[in-house]
Design a protein around this ligand. Structure first.
Ligand code: FAD
Length: 235
């Protein structure tokens, strides 16, 4: 499954606004003309000799010539400003594919996906890839956002859940008080309630570090092996 990491050049062919602070950009590869990657991997965009920003590939390997990236630009730093400035025709350079937040088709375990806000991006790629290539396994996604617009890909995920009865989608919105006021408390509680038996489970958790720790603790307390929790720390 490991693909060679390449220096890549691409050109922006489309930009879409999915929510007030969430943008998607389609990048058509120029060199190499297609990228060999696994759903869930990311690319590294350079901003100086030691400064990079990582962006997960939101699209799937079924379409290897045009990659979609998706960013929450609310942080407002270097990476966000770069993303906001992307327009059709712009040249983009990056390194990739990188990372091991991927699902092996031969892995028979039931995946539990947990996403905090924009952490949904690599999970969306994995789920879309399963949809395109044959779902073939029960799976569950718990996604948390502060406001409804923060549930990126919500309509697509609801449609996926309708088409695949073995896929369960739990969108969770923050509430003003109680454990759901933050992602760590909210997601830990929903995972605690939604997951009974952890035998044969593998977890994919993406978002902020505090949430990753809380959710992992809940799953490990239920008896899941730590190594069965894969995580992608965005911040
Ligand atoms: C493996 C990996 C994959 C990633 N994939 C994506 C992706 O697909 N889409 C995406 O938008 N970002 C993704 N990120 C985060 C991204 O690399 C940048 O950190 C983000 O765009 C903010 O960069 P910035 O320069 O605008 O802000 P910075 O000035 O670097 O960040 C400001 C602060 O905000 C924190 N922060 C960064 N992102 C968020 C966030 N969404 N919510 C709350 N706090 C945050 C940072 O840790 C930092 O403390 C990924 C990170 C990693 C490590």
């Amino acid at each position: 499954m490991a693909s060679k990491v390449r220096e890549c050049r691409a050109r922006v062919v489309a930009v879409r606004r999915l929510a007030p602070q969430v943008l998607e950009a389609d990048l058509r590869l120029e060199e190499p003309p297609a990228l060999d990657f696994a759903a869930g991997q990311w690319v590294s965009v350079p901003f100086g000799p030691k400064t990079v920003r990582a962006y997960s590939i939101a699209s799937t390997p079924v379409r290897p010539r045009v990659l979609t990236l998706c960013a929450d630009v609310a942080p407002g730093g270097l990476g966000s400003r770069w993303f906001v400035g992307l327009a059709p025709g712009a040249a983009v350079a990056f390194r990739g594919p990188l990372g091991g937040f991927v699902l092996a088709r031969a892995d028979a375990r039931r995946p539990l996906f947990v996403a905090e806000e924009i952490g949904i991006v690599p999970i969306r790629a994995i789920l879309a890839w399963l949809d395109e290539t044959g779902f073939g396994r029960p799976a569950r996604l718990v996604a948390w956002a502060r406001v409804p617009g923060g549930l990126v890909y919500d309509a697509e995920l609801r449609s996926l859940a309708r088409r695949h009865p073995a896929f369960t989608y739990h969108p969770v919105l923050a509430s003003a008080d109680g454990p759901w006021r933050d992602a760590a408390g909210g997601l830990a509680e929903v995972v605690d309630r939604a997951v009974g038996d952890v035998r044969g489970l593998v977890a994919y958790v993406a978002g902020g570090e505090a949430m990753i720790h809380r959710v992992r603790d809940v799953l490990v307390a239920k008896g899941l092996d730590r190594k069965a929790v894969k995580w992608e720390k965005f911040w």
